[in-house]
Write a protein that binds this ligand. Structure first.
Ligand SMILES: O=C(O)C(=O)C[C@H](O)[C@H](O)COP(=O)(O)O
Length: 208
């Protein structure tokens, strides 16, 4: 499958956990991506939280098996920049109509954040049915997502925010959850490849 054929659903099914990554130093990007992919986590979300994020996306794309996306994309300017850097999917903490329409025009797989019924209904109106549930724990946790998913049975989710190895399995056991996002597998700072690969392998062994 070439990257341009992949849908957001395909990307969400690559592994049960999508690492949410903050890259402070460009030299950390490739060793981090290599360790995560070696452990079985292929879809990588690089957040636009640091000035190195765009270069980190470019660098991580060179790692075999990595499918590199951008996170914290909040507007059309961010979207243009991450597409230029080669991002293969786009994650946003929220859902705005201008960003959703621009992502559709660019035909880039798009995972916007939702936290209530109105968000989901706005997404459905825009032709979207795969969402990041964010911030997952602070928005009421699994009971909240279960309540939200009931009227919107066609939707699939990637809960993110407050999820770790301690609670990921519980989220993943809920059918509409295709994967969870989390920063725990990609700690900030100089990457310790052995530890990161081991954490990634543990995360990849969780069942969606
Ligand atoms: O940066 C973004 O675009 C976000 O939307 C936020 C991140 O997805 C969460 O902050 C990750 O949450 P933790 O795994 O609890 O650290």
């Amino acid at each position: 499958m070439t990257s341009s054929d992949r849908t957001i659903a395909d990307i969400m099914r690559l592994a049960p956990v999508v690492p949410v990554i903050v890259v402070d130093e460009l030299e950390h990007a490739v060793p981090l991506a290599r360790a995560l992919v070696a452990g079985g986590l292929r879809a990588l979300e690089v957040t636009l939280r640091t000035p190195t994020a765009l270069d980190a996306i470019r660098a991580m794309k060179q790692v075999d098996g990595a499918v590199v996306g951008a996170g914290t994309v909040t507007n059309q300017e961010d979207l243009a920049a991450v597409i230029e850097a080669g991002a293969e999917f786009v994650v946003s903490p929220g859902l705005t109509e201008p960003l959703a329409r621009a992502a559709a025009r660019e035909r880039i797989p798009f995972l916007p954040g939702i936290a209530n019924s109105g968000d989901i209904m706005r997404g459905l109106d825009l032709g979207l049915d795969h969402f990041k549930f964010f911030p997952a724990e602070a928005s009421g946790g699994l009971p909240a997502l279960k309540a939200l998913a009931a009227p919107f049975h066609q939707c699939r989710f990637c809960p993110t925010g407050g999820i770790g190895l301690n609670n990921a399995a519980e989220w993943l056991a809920f059918d509409p959850v295709l994967c969870v996002g989390g920063s725990w597998v990609a700690p900030r700072g100089e990457p310790d490849s052995v530890t990161i690969e081991a954490m990634a392998r543990e995360a990849a062994g969780l069942v969606a």
